[in-house]
Write a protein that binds this ligand. Structure first.
Ligand code: HEM
Length: 544
């Protein structure tokens, strides 16, 4: 077909000469350019992963409505529909979700050098307090930092930390208000306990949060009053729980999920407007930072050569010839210290509470557990680190099963620093690749009858345990970037449970919702807390 030189139409019919087209106004052109820019901005991240399966996306919000509908279970639901590797759009940002143990091994271990960093989700980018710790530092800085502090978590150091852990746990669990009619919100107590334990281990500092309340206005060992203590608890809890992954966070966090480019400018404006959530988060973070900076500055001045807490260790590492001088500037030290407080308290506390909750509704498990704990020896004998590791095999199974049942960190974040191949797909550099231990934990392929709480499935002699993929149960993550505090946390959880079960039996409060409602922040949290009734055990027998 022939075309006239000056027209867009074939010569047959009424062609309009180009020269006579009405001029497009600059305003319309600008709007079209902006629209094209916006579409390009919103859809560019999608392009690289478009070949992966995934549910249909809603413009702008992506799959966040699914997160609102199913909560943290959304990844199990989607894995069932789309297989072991699929796309999930957290607002604009696509994430490649990996819900298969072998693919997790590939990302976390085999391809570690290409996928060694974590992507920073919007709740964290809204919170500078959380950015300079081990979690979100990258590449060389991360490896220097991790190598400098790893020795704190070796077994020999853990046994050194046991007595101070024991003192905090003993005092916190000695006199719980026991009554068949009155509730305790155990999840609050466990957060205070876990914060105290990590406070001692990380800063050598006694927050005294979990100690039974002293008389009004009295001053604790650390030189702070009850008011300051409860203030600190409130700030810490607020800072821990305000970082939401769904659309219930502060305005700037929500914006960060939808249009990341606008997050920081809006945060900067909103944090100056009293009453907004961004303002409250900022105020809280500033207060917490000041408090932690104060502790760090004091410890820098005091320089106690013998102390072996985490902070002393970093301060000494700073002076070592082998560590670059700029690796541990004071902002990184404060961030690391706060990260420890955060990472070490919310996770451990959630796990402790969920164990008590689950055991309370499984009398057979409770009976076996009591038999093991009572059988260890007289109740005034404190187990050593070695005892904790080797003499409580059933307790081990209970902890593993509870961590499977309620996986506190259902997603483990990574980012590809080069183009990689995974599960048959090419993923471009910069792709967010998140492992889904929570979805694997509820996959009947690896855990038959996944909704059943059954510690026996982790018995080393049973077929289910022997046949399971070695990376099907990864509540502490995987590979060189796995949780640095795993052994510390297990030691603390075991010791706390032994103390608690030696003294009390726990029952569900009738005021607690069923099933437990969960909140999805940077880690899982209980929406309304775990409310229990505490019953003192009548007398302590040694059971053979
Ligand atoms: C039940 C308790 C805990 C659970 C379930 C837990 C879980 C996790 C998970 C899933 C990760 C990510 C791992 C990965 O990316 O492969 C992680 C990282 C981390 N955890 Fe824990 N954690 C717990 C307790 C602790 C404690 C007590 C501390 C500190 C004393 C701690 C400090 C950290 C740090 C610093 C990282 C970042 C490590 C790095 O990037 O090199 N965690 N944790």
């Amino acid at each position: 077909m022939a075309f006239s030189e000056n027209t867009l139409q074939p010569v047959i019919g009424a062609a309009i000469p180009l020269t006579t087209l009405p001029p497009i106004s600059p305003l319309i052109l600008t709007m079209l350019a902006l629209l094209a820019g916006a579409l390009l901005y919103l859809y560019t991240p999608y392009w690289g992963v478009r070949r992966l399966p995934g549910p249909p996306t809603v413009p702008l919000v992506g799959h966040l409505p699914l997160l609102a509908k199913y909560g943290p279970d959304v990844f199990s639901v989607l894995a069932k529909r789309h297989g072991p590797i699929f796309r999930f759009h957290m607002g604009r940002q696509p994430i490649v979700i990996v819900a298969d143990p072998e693919l997790c091994r590939e990302v976390g271990i085999k391809k570690f050098k290409d996928v060694s960093n974590r992507s920073i989700p919007s709740p964290i980018s809204a919170s500078p307090l959380h950015q300079k710790g081990l979690f979100f530092t990258r590449d060389t800085r991360w490896s220097i930092m991790r190598n400098s502090i790893i020795s704190v978590y070796q077994p020999s150091h853990l046994s050194y930390l046991l007595p101070s852990m024991q003192t905090v746990i003993d005092s916190a669990t000695l006199s719980l208000p026991s009554s068949e009619e009155e509730d305790i919100t155990f999840s609050n107590l466990s957060l205070q306990l876990a914060t105290d334990v990590i406070g001692k281990a990380a800063f050598g500092f006694d927050f005294g949060l979990s100690r039974p309340r002293s008389a009004a206005g009295s001053v604790h060992e650390g030189g702070h009053s009850d008011d300051q203590v409860s203030d600190f608890v409130k700030q810490h809890i607020y800072s821990t729980t305000a970082l939401k992954m769904d659309l219930s966070g502060s305005f700037s966090i929500v914006l960060g999920l939808l249009v990341p480019i606008l997050q920081e400018p809006f945060r900067q404006i909103l944090r100056r407007i009293p009453g907004t959530t961004d303002w409250k988060v900022d105020q809280t973070n500033q207060k917490l930072s000041r408090r932690l900076d104060g502790i760090v500055a004091k410890r820098m001045k005091e320089k106690e050569p013998g102390s072996k807490d985490f902070l002393s260790l970093i301060l000494r590492a700073r002076e070592s010839e082998t560590v670059p001088k700029n690796a541990f500037t004071s902002d990184y030290i404060s961030a690391l210290a706060y990260e420890h407080l955060l990472a070490g308290s919310a996770t451990t506390s959630f796990t402790l509470s969920s164990i008590l909750y689950l055991v309370a509704e499984h009398p057979e498990v409770e009976k076996k557990l009591f038999r093991e704990i009572d059988g260890f020896g007289p109740h005034d004998v404190t187990p050593t680190s070695h005892d904790l590791q080797h003499k409580f095999p059933y307790l081990d199974q209970v902890i593993k099963e509870a961590m499977r049942f309620y996986t506190v960190s259902p997603l483990v974040a990574r980012e590809a620093s080069r183009e990689i191949e995974l599960g048959g797909y090419h993923l471009p550099k910069g792709t967010w690749v998140w492992l889904a231990p929570g979805a694997i934990a509820k996959d009947p392929k690896h855990f038959p009858e996944p909704e059943k709480f059954c510690p026996e499935r982790f018995d080393p002699d049973c077929d289910e345990e022997k046949q399971r993929h070695p990376y099907a149960h990864i509540p502490f993550g995987i590979g060189p970037r796995a949780c640095i505090g795993k052994k510390f946390a297990i030691q603390e959880i075991k010791l706390s449970l032994i103390h608690l079960y030696r003294r009390y039996v726990f029952r569900h409060s009738p005021n607690m919702e069923k099933p437990l409602a969960l909140d999805y922040g940077i880690v899982l949290n209980f929406k309304h807390g775990v409310k229990l009734r505490v019953i003192k055990r009548p007398c302590i027998h040694l059971v053979n």
